[in-house]
Design a protein around this ligand. Structure first.
Ligand SMILES: Cc1cn([C@H]2C[C@H](O)[C@@H](COP(=O)(O)OP(=O)(O)O[C@H]3O[C@H](C)C(=O)[C@H](O)[C@H]3O)O2)c(=O)[nH]c1=O
Length: 346
């Protein structure tokens, strides 16, 4: 029986990974370790919280003693590490928390792994580090990020993730830690905290608030449906080559302005509003400092080696996402107001 520790399992991507693993692998014990910061909540996992193979552990990866105590108690033999501060704008305002959680938190986990799994790591153990395509920096109009693209992070968030990737690789080289890393593009889907572009704009359209688009909106991102990302993580965890990296993208590049226009069209229909009503809310605002122009992923490696490809079109994924937010307005209000945090402290 595998004992899989999933860090950040109460967060957006993490909750989808936890659900997939709990449901698909009843023979594994899944431990969800999360600090329950502003972006994490257990409401997203209500459907699986009573499963026999699921345990929630409230802890902060910044606390090395707490992490060691948990290793001692539960003897995890595999880790999927998703816990991270993830919002670029927050990293611009307050880089230090990104250093603490993303860099020091990752090193704390690596040290625990070294202590409890080393010095002779067996091949059934694996440290799987989830990262981002932002480590590669910004592309011009041509080209794609491959696994060989040199790192060139621009935001404090991207720098912190690049650093954590380097630490994981360095533990692989120095101590022979078995690891795998994946770098994904922009995720979207149910349960995403409404600070990221898509859920923020869905929320603002519902409330008839303006849609703050940075600069001219001609910035390009590749969009990946979170459930497809969770499936890719499952494949990489089980079949990815030791000490290797996989890029995960949706083969789905959009300029922000074009994406927002499609979202507005969908919202007009779903909310029975006049055609064009939501698009009137688009407001160009001052640009994000150091705004990366374009991210685009070459996902050929994961496709060829592991047979992964996205299962939904962008239109289908967006519709599913919009439907979820419309059906879960209470979740949205509670997460924004911090009610879930207060509730977990009771
Ligand atoms: C929140 C917001 C965003 N934007 C623009 C900025 C970006 O060009 C694009 C997406 O922004 P967002 O903040 O949603 O995501 P990125 O900055 O691309 O980064 C995201 O994707 C990577 C892979 C991660 O690893 C990050 O964790 C994740 O946050 O929309 C606006 O124009 N207005 C807004 O209010």
């Amino acid at each position: 029986m595998k004992k899989v520790l999933i860090t950040g399992g109460a967060g957006f991507i993490g909750s989808h990974v936890v659900r997939l693993f709990v449901n698909k692998y009843p023979e594994y014990q899944i431990y969800n370790l999360d600090a329950l910061t502003y972006a994490g909540n257990l409401e997203s996992l209500k459907d699986i919280e009573k499963a026999a193979n699921y345990t929630f552990l409230k802890a902060d990866i910044n606390n090395s003693q707490a992490i060691e105590d948990l290793f001692m108690e539960f003897a995890f033999d595999n880790i999927i590490h998703l816990a991270a501060e993830s919002h670029v704008d927050r990293s611009i305002n307050d880089p230090m928390i990104f250093v603490k959680t993303n860099v020091i938190g990752t090193v704390n986990l690596l040290n625990a792994v070294r202590k409890f799994w080393g010095p002779n790591f067996d091949n059934n153990k694996r440290f799987y580090h989830i990262s981002t395509d932002e480590v590669y920096g910004s592309l011009g109009t041509e080209g794609l990020f491959t696994e060989k693209t040199p790192y060139s992070p621009n935001s404090p968030y991207a720098a912190s993730k690049a650093s954590s990737d380097h630490f994981v690789r360095s533990y692989g080289e120095t101590y022979n830690l078995p690891y795998v890393i994946s770098n994904c593009s922009n995720n979207y889907g149910p349960n995403q905290f409404p600070e990221k572009l898509i859920p923020l704009f869905i929320s603002n359209i519902i409330e008839n608030k303006s849609l703050p688009l940075y600069g001219d909106g001609n910035y390009t991102r590749d969009w990946l449906f979170v459930i497809d990302h969770a499936k890719a993580i499952d494949l990489i965890f089980h079949k990815g080559l030791n000490k290797s990296t996989y890029n995960i993208g949706g083969f789905n590049e959009w300029k922000n302005l074009d994406l927002v226009k499609v979202l507005c069209e969908i919202m007009d229909v779903k909310l029975n509003r006049q055609k064009g009503a939501s698009a009137k809310l688009i407001t160009h605002i001052e640009d994000r400092p150091g705004h990366d122009k374009r991210y685009a992923i070459d996902a050929t490696k994961i496709n060829k080696e592991l047979g992964w490809e996205p299962s939904v079109t962008f239109r289908e994924g967006l519709e599913k996402t919009v439907d979820w937010y419309l059906e879960n307005s209470e979740w949205m209000q509670n997460i924004v107001s911090g009610k879930y945090q207060k509730y977990h402290m009771d």
